[in-house]
Design a protein around this ligand. Structure first.
Ligand code: FMN
Length: 194
């Protein structure tokens, strides 16, 4: 069992990074092998909608997504962690998510060679927003939840937290605990939420 953590904040050691580490600790304690990718430290361009991947399932852009695609395919579950930027996700996370396009054909079906490696894969998201109302991140959660539903991935769940200053989330025991539990759940293959 491999659990991949994907950090969408450029603030390494910040709030979503802290919660992602909690989740990965939970996954590790649940018996999974874990790995973290910090998107801001990689070069990831936006999708060009060039249609080349429709035929091949291979993205025409040659950047760090080439390696990340393989890590996605190898993992059993992916936990994303991202702060809210202007009522949406960060540009780093959005570029990464848009590049998932290469997994699908022109009819938005999994490419045949991709499907066996994506089937049953778990997907989860952790959000942090400066607003005290954690529901500010609902559109971000919807993006991931709808992606999971559309692609028939295994939805593990979401943790939504609030913090503004770097590292402030350290004081939020509930968010840390929930993230840890999310990670433990990601390490169980049968975990499923409607
Ligand atoms: C460019 C930018 C835009 C932001 N937009 C929002 C926003 O729309 N709503 C919100 O609640 N917080 C917003 N925030 C605050 C961050 O979500 C908050 O500081 C969060 O804790 C950052 O997480 P991090 O430490 O993981 O980077 C914004 C922060 C930045 C830098």
């Amino acid at each position: 069992m491999k659990v991949l953590g994907v950090l969408g904040s450029p603030r390494v050691g910040g709030n979503s990074d802290i919660l992602l580490d909690e989740a990965l600790a939970g996954a590790k304690d649940g018996g999974a092998q874990v790995e973290k990718i910090i998107l801001a430290q990689r070069k990831i361009s936006g999708c060009l909608d060039c249609d080349q991947c429709d035929e091949t399932g291979v993205c025409a852009i040659k950047d760090d997504m080439t390696e990340i695609y393989e890590k996605i395919l190898e993992s059993d579950a992916i936990i994303h962690s991202v702060p809210v930027y202007f009522w949406s996700m960060t540009s780093q996370m959005k570029a990464y998510l848009d590049r998932w396009c290469a997994f699908f054909d022109a009819n938005w079906r999994w490419h045949k060679h991709i499907y066996p490696r994506m089937r049953e894969k778990g997907i989860a998201v952790i959000t942090v927003c400066g607003d005290p109302d954690v529901h500010t991140a609902d559109p971000v959660v919807s993006s991931f939840k709808n992606t999971a539903k559309f692609a028939k991935l295994r939805w593990i769940g979401a943790v939504q937290a609030s913090a503004a200053a770097k590292g402030e989330i350290e004081r939020d025991q509930r968010a840390k605990r929930s993230s840890y539990e999310l990670g433990r759940k990601a390490a169980q293959k049968e975990s499923m939420e409607p």
